[in-house]
Design a protein around this ligand. Structure first.
Ligand SMILES: NC(=O)c1ccc[n+]([C@@H]2O[C@H](COP(=O)([O-])OP(=O)(O)OC[C@H]3O[C@@H](n4cnc5c(N)ncnc54)[C@H](OP(=O)(O)O)[C@@H]3O)[C@@H](O)[C@H]2O)c1
Length: 314
């Protein structure tokens, strides 16, 4: 994998949004989360976290895990960590000052002096005019890069029309979109194409739609963190029938749909345990007969629950 901005970027980036969630420091549950974090850090893959994930515990647990590695291994693993700056969860503010505070919080939790790769995360509550104005989040992100406090900066979020404004500034090196380049929704295609044309490195997060395409059409699964309509569940059941005829898990097709896209430099997949990491590797390597792709296409477009055009763009 080649990326102008991230040397040695891996095809899989391991997502840690639930890592350490609801764990108490010193508990057995924390030990388990740390064991998962060590497996992620030792995997050789890049690792994606954020200030707000699991209320800060994702970064804290990664920090504990880094502390348990030897010096050389620790430095090497630290260079594969990507984190994100988040709004103040009490006030919703994501201005330039908050960008710096968020980054400082992340460094404290991770026990690092700097992180090479830093995204601006989910800037939905801040009007773009504020974000792009003096004292705004974009200016602060650019300053962090100019001051050498991070190597490259990215914009990471879901809603395409919101993210498009940030991409259009030309300020960012990285783009992360989620749930919008999958078997059931490809609304990221235009913006990812633009990002590639601009020379940005593109991450595609949540290839399983956060749930549905890994756990399947059974009742209760969600897509993009929202309930799934009967129509989408029925479409997924038909896709399951197609892949079952070829002896392939739907999750393998969902993951490889992203891995084989020319628009995607790295696919960010949620990993909750060392076993899930092994499974992800097996799914990524599964030999999928060519016919599967054509038969999935013949099902027609899936009735996706993603409708960014209905969401506010500030
Ligand atoms: N705005 C942003 O920047 C943003 C937004 C979304 C995501 N992300 C990043 O992308 C990562 C991935 O997103 P995601 O975790 O929401 O979605 P995802 O990778 O599409 O799906 C994760 C889900 O798939 C399940 N799963 C994974 N492997 C499985 C397997 N082998 N068998 C059965 N189920 C399996 C997981 O279940 P278990 O929990 O049971 O393992 C979990 O429910 C996040 O962790 C985060 O790092 C970033």
């Amino acid at each position: 994998m080649t990326s102008a901005h991230i040397p040695g970027l891996t095809a899989l980036t391991l997502g840690t949004s639930p890592l350490g969630r609801d764990t108490v420091p010193g508990s057995a549950a924390e030990d388990e989360a740390v064991a998962t974090a060590i497996a992620l850090l030792r995997s050789g893959d890049f690792v994606d976290t954020a200030n707000m994930y699991a209320g800060g515990r994702s970064e804290e647990v990664l920090g504990i895990a880094l502390g348990e590695l030897g010096a050389e291994e620790r430095e090497e693993a630290a260079n594969r960590i990507i984190t994100k700056v988040d709004r103040d969860l009490e006030t919703g503010v994501l201005d330039g000052d908050r960008v710096r505070r968020s980054y400082e919080e992340s460094l404290t939790r991770l026990g690092l002096d700097r992180v090479r790769y830093l995204h601006l995360h989910d800037p939905y509550l801040t009007p773009f005019a504020e974000a792009s104005g003096a004292g705004g989040s974009i200016e602060a992100m650019v300053s962090l890069r100019e001051e050498g406090l991070t190597d490259v900066i990215g914009i990471a979020a879901g809603r395409v029309p919101v993210v498009a404004q940030y991409v259009a500034t030309g300020a960012f090196d990285l783009l992360l979109l989620h749930n919008r380049l999958t078997l059931v929704d490809q609304s990221a295609t235009g913006l990812m194409t633009e990002a590639k044309d601009r020379g940005m490195t593109v991450f595609n997060a949540a290839p399983f739609g956060g749930d549905l395409l890994a756990k399947g059409s059974v009742a209760g699964t969600s897509y993009a963190y929202r309930p799934v309509s009967d129509e989408l569940r029925a479409w997924t059941a038909r896709a399951e029938e197609v892949v079952a005829r070829h002896g392939v898990p739907l999750a393998a097709v969902a993951l490889q749909f992203s891995l084989r896209s020319e628009l995607v430099d790295s696919t960010v997949v949620g990993i909750s345990s060392p076993a899930r990491l092994d499974e992800a590797r097996a799914l990524a390597a599964w030999a999928i007969p060519d016919a599967v792709w054509g038969e999935i296409e013949e099902l027609g477009a899936a009735p996706t629950p993603v409708h960014d055009e209905r969401e506010p763009v500030l």
